[in-house]
Design a protein around this ligand. Sequence first.
Ligand SMILES: [Zn+2]
Length: 186
Amino acid sequence: MHCRNIKEFFDEPMEKTGDDGKVRKCRSCKPCQCKKVPQFLVNEMSTLCHHLEAKHAGEYQTWVVEDNFESKLPGDVKDQKVKDAQLSQTQLDSHLQKMPPAEHVVPYSDKVFHEAAIEWLIVTDQPISALEHLDFIKMINIAAQATNGMKTPVHDEIIRLFKNQIDLLRQKLLSDTVKGNINLTC
Ligand SMILES: [Zn+2]
């Protein structure tokens, strides 16, 4: 509990000798003093909080509202935790709703993969060796790591990557590592 909270409702701590003869630091409750029923409570947060909640919940709540102070009473803290949990769940729900629905992903099986690969060979007129090409295997291995479907590169992206490769090739050809004359016909 915040010390401002304590100072509002309790006097400064003083040493009191208990029934068992032990000396403890205690605080006197101000509202109880006003009611002429002084209460000395052991100066521990939990004890002081429980006293406020049990005896002065109404006054405490009024003060909390007037002072714009976040209640630290055990019951209120519990309520707040429930509210916070509900709020974060609501935020989580709305966040999840904002996510685009995952496209339908066909579960992997060797049969499905082989059929798709053969279909791709035929439709795109690839040589059979394309399936054994290291770059093809690399691409498949990368795609295999996808957990929620994947996007194939769009036209613009392919053109951009292709141009990058051409630029790299051009720089290589223009550098000193290449000796002699090269004629490009494209
Ligand atoms: Zn009291």
